[in-house]
Design a protein around this ligand. Structure first.
Ligand SMILES: [Zn+2]
Ligand SMILES: [Zn+2]
Length: 1015
């Protein structure tokens, strides 16, 4: 299979025509009301995106380097830190680590005047072109009089234009699907350059020029720009300050304005204006010497939640490495590998269409390593495991809460902090209230500098280390380099045998002879395996099939009593009547004579995967196994489970392999009571479970599944229950849990192996879970978890009873393990109130064990606007009023030349109307179409009811419910409808296509289609 892109896989022309026609018709019909008319609601096909991703695999990485950019140098200061050597050293490191040959070279070219003038004035760049040709002395004088920290020579503008033109082409190649992603190693940097002014080593704003070019080609594009250069990219901020198509997020050293560029507008209360309100996110850092943990928390608390809600179609990274250890400008302490982590996390967005652009970074060795790790991430290599996390810096904690306070009115993904009433606020009594302080001390600094202007060199021109300091920092970097695994420098991630997969059809012999329609049926693993085949995953060169084996008694004893094993080992000798009577003595268990053998295979196959991953024969694994395991207790089977596969695997990895700490994430919709009990006092196994709890009434219906059961003795804090109270949890709720709890705690725990108890019964359409997690969301979980444990992640099947849903969900997980780009997750609704309450409870309870959960302890003001009014008028606080950004410096003034998406687009809370049109594009997959109906009215509840009862392959039919209810089996575990055959048919599905229009909400009637739709 050749590299393919999301763009090229999006179906036939006729389908696109149909979509266009539908959109046109919707617009003609006048659309719905902007906030959703009462007669409209969301109707989406839950499997549409997963099916569309079928042929999408990780494509090529483009790399842009051009020797001409090394000719740009400071003609009067040969020691200047923004030196040609910066590119040379990065290039050398990339070659040394074997990355160069794995990239496709992307040529640089001069940006055209038209391209430049989408961002800069004609006069701006003409002046710079002319200036470069003058004498050195004349250039020097002009630069020092007219600009802040700028130098030039005769080659500078050529370098800047090559950077801009080349980056435009790189971004376009990615947008068109020719390449997966790419990196541009350019100089001069660009993010400080403004519309009509060079600034801070920057002549042309490369990232802005490429973004404007992408918007020029497609006005509906949504671009996320993440700027982690240690300086504020104020040029980029100004250029998109009113444009909601660009979400600009910048984390930068600020020190209340005392750090360069000393701007009031770099503060967190600058959130964008007019339509762009909420789309400019400044994360100012008020202390230096920050560590990996601080930046990771910024990503988990702010960058990723907002990025997911924004749902960009393109991601641009202004990648400065001046926050890396040793950089004299940044004075931060980030390890080079963390840049790989940040880039990898962004690759979950926009189908992995990510373009990374070099900005600053002036400590050559950490710059080279950092840039190489960023490129490795783009190439699909696993991020290097980070060491133990430092404590979160208190000022970063404050900064994050400041940003959340300023933005929570504009986004739905900041619900974790409770609100306090700003008018009642009393700082002396409200310790749990966070008061965002808008301090600015930059003006006095600037005044002092203005007085000195012309007399001395501007003192903040650049910083440089003494030789002693340099040697000290090199020694620190050398220590960090010892933690890079050897394989990092030699082997590429995509080409080697990456994923170990196990499946054995013999496991289908375990079945319920009495009730053939029992949900835990043989077809589950068959369907999952077939889906892997349909998606072409089984033949992939980087997937390896493991032989099958049975677990030994000794291995079972790792977690179970001998008596339990003995009792189960009698199964093959018993008659069916005896088996039914034995099974009846347990909670929700059935047995046939093959059950024991299947349970041994289920466990043994998982242990085979553990061996392969821990031995290094594979990097990660997937086990398509049954019967499941997580309910099995040490002394008895429970809830369809005989032996506790994942618990045994964790113990096995610790006792027989070299793992010291194992993270078990259990996202099965039921609480894994067995795993919790087996490791309740064990600090080496961190158990995190997401499950329906329903205040103790959801299976297994025990109170110890609640959030306040944290583990005991040495294991206290190592058991985290995230209990949902109610049905209907989906991607918004699971995203919150992932970013606010699972990932931050996962980094703090720093496991050697991640095991996922992967039940798919919280998936859309599951008859037991009645939740609505999409297949792609499961893939995104796996994508992000691979940043832990050097990428050693194993996905092991537990429950999940909708055959379509589990097949696609587990397939998405395997695709994520293979490094395939994932379809984006859509956060279409505000997270449910009860789920937010659950997350708060978990964070409050566990904040004493896990530093990064303390974000749940603080309340934030209910009105940021009101707070600003109070703050600006307070004589006691050093707060400076917001100064309007001079939009005359922006390319289009306050207006846009093209239609942009209204701000409501980013804020889905009020938008209930997303129209659908059915399409038969997937009928070649043997999937039949079901009429997807336009629902008359009713809003959320009706929509979710519709989704859980009518979509997918789940068609509830109450007429058969009586018969099922009289079934002798224990029915409390699964709903009485389970006996209905309809939901078991694997071939029924609905195919609908979501169409969003730029009027935000409009409805298209969905009609039944039996063949290719025509326009
Ligand atoms: Zn910088
Ligand atoms: Zn389950």
């Amino acid at each position: 299979m050749s590299a393919s892109s999301p763009q090229s896989s999006k179906g036939s022309p006729s389908r696109l025509q149909a979509l266009k026609a539908a959109k046109k018709a919707a617009l003609k019909a006048g659309g719905g009301s902007p906030h959703g008319s009462p007669s409209s609601e969301i109707v989406r096909d839950p499997f549409e995106k997963a099916l569309e991703a079928k042929s999408v695999i990780h494509g090529n990485t483009g790399l842009m380097v051009d020797g001409a950019m090394r000719l740009h140098r400071n003609p009067w200061d040969a020691e200047h830190i923004e030196s040609p050597e910066r590119l040379a050293v990065v290039e050398a490191r990339i070659r040394e680590w074997g990355l160069w040959d794995r990239c496709i070279m992307s040529p640089a070219r001069l940006a055209t005047p038209a391209e430049i003038e989408r961002v800069h004035t004609a006069q701006h760049w003409a002046q710079l072109e002319a200036l470069g040709q003058q004498s050195v002395e004349s250039i020097r004088q002009t630069c020092q009089q007219q600009f802040q920290t700028i130098y030039m020579n005769e080659d500078s503008m050529r370098a800047a234009r090559l950077a801009a033109g080349g980056f435009i082409d790189l971004v376009q190649a990615i947008s068109q699907g020719r390449w997966q992603n790419g990196m541009a190693l350019v100089r001069p940097p660009g993010h400080h350059a403004m519309k009509a002014e060079a600034n801070g080593f920057c002549l042309l704003n490369t990232v802005a020029i490429a973004a404007q070019d992408a918007l020029h080609r497609d006005p509906h594009k949504k671009i996320l720009i993440v700027d982690f250069d240690v300086h504020h990219g104020q040029g980029t901020q100004q250029l998109f300050y009113e444009d909601p198509r660009v979400l600009f997020m910048s984390m930068h050293r600020y020190e209340s304005g005392e750090f360069c560029p000393h701007l009031r507008e770099s503060q967190f209360d600058y959130i964008g204006q007019l339509a762009g309100q909420g789309f400019n996110v400044n994360i100012p850092l008020n202390e230096k010497h920050l560590h990996d943990v601080d930046y990771l928390n910024i990503f988990h608390q702010i960058v990723l939640p907002l990025a997911y809600e924004f749902e960009p179609s393109l991601v641009l990274v202004s990648a400065g490495f001046d926050a890396a250890l040793g950089c004299p400008e940044g004075e931060m302490c980030l390890t080079p590998p963390v840049f790989g982590h940040m880039v990898q996390s962004l690759m979950s967005l926009a189908y992995g269409n990510v373009a990374v652009l070099l900005e600053g970074g002036y400590f050559l060795e950490s710059l080279a390593d950092g840039a190489a790790f960023a490129l490795k991430a783009l190439l699909g290599d696993d991020p290097v495991r980070l060491g133990p996390m430092d404590p979160l810096n208190e000022s970063v904690f404050e900064s994050i809460l400041n940003v959340i306070s300023a933005h929570r009115d504009h986004w739905t993904m900041f619900p974790v902090q409770e609100e306090y009433n700003i008018s009642d606020y009393d700082p002396s009594t409200s310790e749990d209230c966070h008061e965002p302080l808008i301090l600015y001390r930059g003006d006095s600094y600037l005044e002092a500098r203005a007085l000195n202007m012309g007399k001395t060199e501007p003192e903040d021109c650049y910083a440089k280390h003494t030789p002693e300091k340099h040697a000290e920092l090199m020694a620190q970097l050398t220590e960090i380099r010892k933690t890079y695994p050897n394989e990092t420098l030699t082997s590429g991630g995509m080409d080697i045998k990456r994923v170990a997969l196990t499946f054995d059809e013999l496991m289908t012999r375990h079945s319920n002879l009495e009730e053939p329609n029992h949900p835990e049926r043989p077809g589950r693993v068959l369907n999952i395996y077939k889906s892997h085949d349909k998606f072409g995953l089984l033949d992939r060169s980087n997937l390896t099939h493991l032989p099958s084996r049975r677990a030994t008694a000794e291995e079972i004893f790792l977690c179970h009593d001998a008596a339990h094993y003995e009792a189960m080992s009698q199964i093959p000798e018993k008659t069916q009547d005896e088996l039914e009577s034995l099974a009846g003595s347990f909670d929700s268990i059935y047995m046939n004579p093959d059950t024991f053998d299947c349970a041994l295979l289920s466990c043994g196959n998982l242990l085979n995967v553990v061996d392969a991953v821990m031995d290094g024969r594979a990097k990660k694994g997937v086990a398509i196994i049954r019967p499941p395991g997580h309910h099995a207790e040490s002394d008895e089977p429970c809830g369809f489970c005989l032996f506790n596969n994942v618990a045994i695997a964790a113990k096995y990895a610790i006792e027989y392999q070299q793992a010291k700490r194992v993270l078990i994430l259990d996202w099965d919709v039921h609480h894994g009571n067995g795993i919790q009990n087996m490791f309740y006092d064990n600090p080496n196994v961190l158990y995190i479970s997401l499950h329906r709890f329903d205040n103790g009434t959801f299976f297994p219906s025990r109170m110890d599944a609640n959030y306040d059961y944290c583990g005991e003795n040495q294991g206290e804090g190592f058991n985290i229950n995230i209990p949902w109270n109610g049905a209907g949890m989906g991607d918004p709720e699971y995203s919150l849990a992932l970013f606010n709890i699972i990932l931050p705690v996962g980094y703090e725990f720093n496991p050697d192996l991640v095991l996922i108890s992967a039940g798919f019964d919280a998936a859309q359409g599951d008859p037991l879970g009645k939740c609505c997690v999409t297949p792609e969301m499961y893939g995104h979980f796996v994508h992000h978890l691979q940043r832990l444990a050097q990428g050693r992640v194993i996905v092991a099947l537990e429950g999940g009873y909708n055959l379509n849903s589990i097949a696609l969900s587990m397939t998405m997980c395997t695709k994520a393990l293979l490094g395939d780009p994932l379809p984006p997750v859509s956060i279409l609704k505000r997270p449910k109130t009860s789920a937010v309450e659950s997350i708060r409870n978990v964070m409050r309870t566990h904040a004493r064990y896990w530093d990064s959960l303390k974000f749940g302890l603080k309340k934030v003001p209910d009105s940021f606007e009101e707070l600003k009014v109070q703050a600006y008028s307070s004589p006691t606080k050093k707060v400076t009023q917001q100064i309007p950004i001079d939009m005359s410096k922006s390319p289009h003034g306050a207006k846009f030349e093209s239609l942009y998406i209204p701000s409501e687009y980013g804020h889905f809370s009020d938008c209930h109307t997303v129209n659908t049109i059915s399409s038969s594009a997937h009928s070649s997959d043997g999937i039949q179409l079901v009429d997807s109906k336009r629902r008359p009215d009713g809003g959320d509840s009706l929509a979710s009811n519709f989704l859980t009862t009518s979509l997918g392959n789940l068609q509830l039919d109450n007429s058969t419910s009586e018969a099922t209810r009289t079934s002798p089996s224990r029915t409390d575990y699964y709903p009485f409808q389970f006996g209905n055959n309809n939901y078991s048919s694997p071939s029924v599905n609905t195919i609908t296509k979501t169409v969003r229009t730029n009027s935000s909400c409009a409805v298209v009637d969905t009609t039944k289609k039996t063949d290719e739709p025509s326009s």
